[in-house]
Design a binder for this molecule. Structure first.
Ligand code: PLP
Length: 400
């Protein structure tokens, strides 16, 4: 029960389905493939750096916009992966995870009543940040692969008509998450070029959440919208250490953008979190600076996640699910349309826990307004191989 004095802008939000699935999973001792974080430790290299920096760092407030060493390391890493040079002094801001950068960016640019375009299904914290700012969420649908627009593209496909309609009505901010949670879509260069043209035409700001930038599969290439010349000055690019290092507890993130946009983001950051743990920042900096270690680590990361995806996908397919291409992130969306026609995603989520001891997320949680029944579940494969093998064995149990 929530206190009736809860501010109305929070009233539409609950954690009901996530909470319900977690509790049900616990009650049934289910393998938890619902939660999007690893069940293994982050890399030893980073653990050792943290140990060393706890002892050697100052223990007081870090500079509000981030420790200089991390800002410089982030600027170098961003330039290497996107080709975009950002000045570490004025254009890189260290935040408490990507989540804070999202909140700061949305609240920096959105006035009450402003329209904010978001591709849907959407990561839930966008809706909350937009509601805090009093903005109006304008969803642009990514169509599932077996609906008509999707068939043409062979993956989750942008509803361009909806994007064109959003442009015609005008918008203040566009939120793009690529690689995309929950679908695993990696937006292509052609799609990004068209999105860049729309952002430019609207003279809007684009907030690009690229936290899964390191997690691409099958040779897919992640391209940042910020690397398109015509929108470079309009993009706030967000990333964090959480997914790259499989270390979601770190809560070290960053926003990189042109100077004017960065100062706006810094204002909100200053008024909310202000500064982030100093020794975690310098430890992350030390690891990012070690470029030859990073190269080897990222190659190994991709190989291991691709194998994890393949293991889970094969088990789901054998159990009768349909799994479209998953080119990025550590999530996959599986369709149960053939297994249980007409069943809702929430009902199937419960059913899977009760009959096979596996927890997944019903993706209706990722829609502002779910488009009717969704025959999909989201599974996280950022788990130890033995966890995934246990899930695979349990998936073969008889069901219905
Ligand atoms: C798309 C997306 N953005 C941001 C985050 C949060 O990142 P952080 O842990 O750095 O706050 C997540 C975590 O699940 C995510 O999926």
């Amino acid at each position: 029960m929530t206190d009736s004095r809860l501010a109305t802008r929070w009233a539409g939000f609950g954690t009901s389905i996530f909470t319900e699935m977690t509790e049900l999973a616990r009650a049934h001792g289910a393998v938890n493939l619902a939660q999007g974080f690893p069940d293994f430790l982050g890399p030893d290299r980073l653990l050792r750096a943290i140990e060393a920096h706890v002892g050697s760092s100052h223990h007081q407030y870090a500079p509000g916009n981030g420790e200089g060493r991390l800002r410089r390391a982030v600027a170098r890493a961003v330039a290497a992966s996107t080709g975009v040079e950002r000045d570490p002094t004025t254009e890189v801001t260290i935040t408490t995870g990507a989540t804070e950068a999202i909140y700061a960016t949305v609240n920096a640019f959105v006035n009450p009543g402003d329209r904010v375009v978001v591709f849907e299904p959407l990561y839930d914290s966008y809706a909350q940040a937009i509601a805090q700012a009093g903005g109006v969420l304008v969803p642009v649908r990514l169509h599932a692969p077996d609906t008509e627009p999707g068939q043409a593209a062979g993956g989750w496909a942008i509803d361009w008509d909806q994007l064109d309609a959003a442009l015609a009505a005008g918008f203040r901010l566009l939120i793009l998450n690529s690689p995309h949670n929950p679908t695993g879509k990696v937006f292509t260069e052609d799609e990004l070029a068209r999105i860049a043209a729309v952002v430019r035409a609207a003279d809007a700001v684009a907030m690009c959440d690229e936290v899964y930038e390191a997690l691409v599969h099958d040779g897919a290439r992640h391209v940042s919208l910020s690397s398109f010349d015509e929108v470079r000055h309009l993009v706030v690019r967000i990333s964090s250490a959480a997914k790259t290092f499989g270390f979601t507890g770190l809560k070290i993130g960053w926003a990189t953008a042109a100077r004017e946009l960065s100062s706006a983001v810094r204002l909100v950051h200053q008024g909310t979190v202000f500064s982030t743990t100093p020794f975690l920042q310098t430890a992350v900096a030390e690891v990012l600076e070690d470029e030859s270690w990073m190269d080897g680590y990222l190659t190994e990361l991709r190989t291991s996640y691709q194998a994890k995806r393949d293991l889970l996908r094969a088990a789901l397919v054998q159990a009768g699910f349909d799994v479209p291409a998953v080119r990025g992130t550590y999530f996959l969306m599986a369709s149960f349309e053939r297994l249980a026609p007409g069943r809702s995603d929430v009902a199937m989520g419960r059913h899977l826990i009760e009959t096979r001891g596996i927890a997944a997320i019903p993706p209706s949680a990722f829609y502002a307004r779910p488009p009717g029944p969704l025959p999909w579940l989201r599974f996280a494969f950022c788990k130890r191989d033995d966890t995934l093998r246990r899930a695979a064995a349990q998936l073969q149990r008889p069901t219905t």
